[in-house]
Design a protein around this ligand. Structure first.
Ligand SMILES: [Zn+2]
Length: 103
């Protein structure tokens, strides 16, 4: 009798384990979906940020003849030397140079 109960108990345990395994698989798939979704969201956010950066660039910088943007080479001296983001053309405004010419 005891043996029978033990066997029955084991069967129940095994069935429960199988149930949990199925549950586990389900959750794994769910997690996969969610991380895919999260990656997509991250990508969207990054794209938005890039677009915003681009818009800011359009609004705050001059355009180069090549279509690129002239951005300041030194943040501390934004009006001194500008460099194009696509063709590397530089333009220097010597009046704004922080370097004093020797007299
Ligand atoms: Zn250019």
């Amino acid at each position: 009798m005891l043996k029978f109960i033990k066997k029955l108990f084991n069967k129940k345990e095994i069935a429960r384990i199988k149930e949990l395994e199925v549950e586990n698989e389900k959750l794994k798939k769910e997690l996969e979906k969610l991380s895919e979704y999260a990656a997509e969201m991250e990508y969207c956010i990054e794209m938005n940020e890039r677009e915003e950066e681009q818009q800011e660039l359009e609004a705050t910088t001059e355009k180069c003849s090549c279509g690129g943007h002239l951005i300041p080479m030194y943040e501390d001296h934004p009006n001194w030397i500008t460099i194009c983001t696509s063709c590397d053309k530089r333009s220097a405004n010597t009046d704004m140079s922080p370097i004093k010419e020797p007299a």
